[in-house]
Design a protein around this ligand. Structure first.
Ligand code: ZN
Length: 181
């Protein structure tokens, strides 16, 4: 019987580090969405610099084309960027006996859930909620603060702001600020 595990939390909570740690030395097939080009086009890279070779995909269903029965584990990073179909893909793979470990952000900068995350958390056999440390008060951080040119982002600001100084930092729920709400 397979298994679905989801690691979630805000930015800088160590989700990718934990994902890589769980599959270290295992026979693993790793995936991440193609849009994430922060560090490398073919590896999952944590903020601490650990890496895991990954297949870049556009849609959740593409995972099914890559699995071949050889890997025991399937790792999916930045899982929040996929659509809700990622949940049924994970279920299908778990029914085939795979051990699936997903990692991603539960909430966007406004504090709203990324669409696939509530479903994924609900169907997981185990979940790990990682917290960072609030940069303002030092309490456990569960929110991602977005700062544009040094100011808290507005609720209607687009996800990509060309030419703006866009920064993210971990904050607790009390210190998290969104303009326009
Ligand atoms: Zn705080």
């Amino acid at each position: 019987m397979g298994h679905i595990e989801t690691i979630y939390g805000c930015m800088f909570a160590g989700k990718t580090t934990e994902l890589i740690r769980r599959v270290e030395g295992k026979n693993v097939l790793a995936f991440k969405p193609k849009l994430d080009n922060r560090y490398s086009t073919s590896h999952i890279v944590s903020h601490n610099g650990e890496t895991l070779k990954a297949v870049l995909i556009d849609t959740a269903e593409e995972i099914l084309d890559h699995v071949n029965g050889k890997a025991e584990y399937i790792a999916i990073d930045e899982v929040h960027f996929f659509d809700i179909m990622i949940g049924s893909v994970c279920r299908k793979l778990a029914n085939q006996g795979y051990r699936i470990i997903c990692a991603g952000l539960d909430l966007d900068f406004r504090g709203e859930p990324f669409p696939p995350m509530p479903y994924l958390v609900a169907i997981s056999h185990s979940v790990t909620h990682l917290r960072a440390k609030c940069v303002c008060c030092g309490k456990p951080a569960t929110r991602t603060q977005r700062l544009i040119n040094g100011q808290p982002a507005h609720v209607d600001d687009p996800v990509i702001m060309v030419g703006a100084d866009d920064l993210y930092e971990p904050r607790c729920v009390d210190c998290h600020e969104v303009r326009g709400v």
